[in-house]
Design a protein around this ligand. Sequence first.
Ligand code: SF4
Length: 734
Amino acid sequence: MTPATTAPAAGSTGAAAPTATHCPYCALQCGMRLRPTAAAGPVPVEVLERPDFPVNRGALCGKGRSAPALLARGVRLTEPLVRERPGGPLRAAGWDEALDRVAAGLRTVRERYGADAVGVFGGGGLTNEKAYQLGKFARVVLGTANIDYNGRFCMSSAAAAHRRAFGLDRGLPFPLADVPHTGCLILVGANPADTMPPALRYFRELRENGGTLIVVDPRRTRTAEQADLHLRPRPGTDLALALGLLHLVIADGLVDEAFVAARTTGYERARAVAMAHWPDRVERITGVPVHQLRTAAQLFGRAATGMVLTARGPEQHSKGTDTVGAWIDLCLATGNAGRRYAGYGCLTGQGNGQGGREHGQKADQLPGYRSIEDPAARAHVAAVWGVDPDTLPRAGRSAYELLDGLGRPDGARALLVAGSNPVVSAPNASHVTARLRELDLLVVADLVLSETARLADVVLPVAQWAEEDGTTTNLEGRVILRRRALDPPEGVRGELWLLGELARRLGVERGFPADAEQVFDELRRASAGGDADYAGISYRRIAAEDGVFWPCPDPAHPGTPRLFLERFATPDGRARFAAATHRPAGEEPDREYPLHLTTGRVLAQYQSGAQTRRVAELNAAAPGPFVELHPRLAERLGVVDGEAVAVVSRRGRAVAPARVSAAIRPDTVFMPFHWPAPGRANSLTNPALDPVSRMPEFKTCAVRVERVRELGEDRVGGFGDEPARGPLDERTAG
Ligand code: SF4
């Protein structure tokens, strides 16, 4: 973590008033101020601290501090690109030509194959207004059921488990400021030291207050190094670990019987499942020694209050919903839910991971976190949109299923992608790339020429966070306001504007304004009465109050920083035990593929890297992929540190330098997923889906590691994209 530039002393030159806003990257949504740079240069604004914003109190990581680098002209798209003919190169075009081309293509596909043959793929980084408008555009203008987004890959298992247990999904049901006051915190599969460094102070303060930090992670991460106890389960066994801890809590008489009786249902079933997961059995499944299980159970069970926070580690599995459910069961059994300084929460990942899943870009949802299959919800939202409820499509395909179906007879033939780069970030990415090549029309709206944009027929250059107003909802459920600090360059437009232009070209003249606040005011009405009720939130209130926590049903309501203190959001007001049983991963190691692969992030890169790989200082810190493997495994394979190795799964092959480290288990290798092929981790990952959340199993699959001897394959450099390389001919590249 690096402090931001400090504001200059009064009287310094070039002191235009800074704009208070937020970082474009992760779900912490750190507050920052942007000030136009005094000297003429490629980067138009500089980042200043914003110490008054309570979540990060001025601290920023290198990603946030360097974010203005992408505002420079040389690294971003500044004009639409169109592909003249299939197989031809991309060339520059005007907006009218590009939008006419998109509208004509969408119309043709719809007429030829039906409305559901047009798909929309959104992103968890889009503002609430864009996510809302994208969902409305899909349902009202295109009439397609097939809209989903990359957030399905991030937090959907935690969301499903949250709803099942508590009747409502908000990442954290309490503010981060509560964390230092809990007695024992279990962080499961989360590495905030790399993913959101300013959040570390909450965990540090917890320990300073006498609390205990337990970290569950197969790797000894920089977060795990700060823990009082580090449990290192085999990938794919977090569910068994949670059951083992629940078993010990029950056996040691640490169940909060009064809480269980008064505020929960389903305990007896959960108890029966946990009692079948005795310590020796759990040690055999997870690899975590019994004495560590006992220590963890005692620390958590005896603490006056306890919290469990999960991230992608236990969630990105074909049993992710049940795994999170098992950790929630541990909280419920110990009375750690629905009261101050206690509970379960999910550390969301993307900048608007929370808001992005509330306002209608998910295949099964309408704004306000409403179900698209609920007749009352359909009637309410249709009335706001001025359409007949019967015209609204039903639930469509989830993200991977949508991508897997592209170009097939029953799948989408045209795809509009906004704020996502599935060529790098989707599981089984070589297959997904092949499906994208089968489309009749691929349209990508992005600020850079991402790997997915390079495949497109039309690329639409869009404005960035500092160039437009909009709200996001951070991991706490706090709705915050990003403010426009400067104009976008000539040739760049906002997504709201381009959706309005496309709607008009497709025959819908009204309902798609370009003004974000106008869209937000409609979103408030559409969300009113829903789970994620924003009706009482306004731009003015957000600015005055450092954000407002939903639900906030009317302007006089104070917002809801802490959920469930009186009752849970289930019909009977009680939290529900999941009582889930452990089962193997979708793919376990075997003779041919004897190792686990687990994937994740590094400090200096973000998600698919489309943005951060274009920032020189971040690239210098993290220039390319690597394969982390244990010294014993390296010795067995005859691999030395820095040598190129190939990781091979049933779906593909990735080549990257070996990084030999005792931080990883000997039976597991780790790869970060920020880079394209040849070092693309997602060439290997398994798209096995969770049956409830439809989330793919990114966190474990079976692989083998090979020394690379083939000619040329040991040249593993060149993973960062060169900035502004210009039109490319990717769809002819095979
Ligand atoms: S922690 Fe997240 S929100 Fe904060 S500066 Fe870093 S990337 Fe941005």
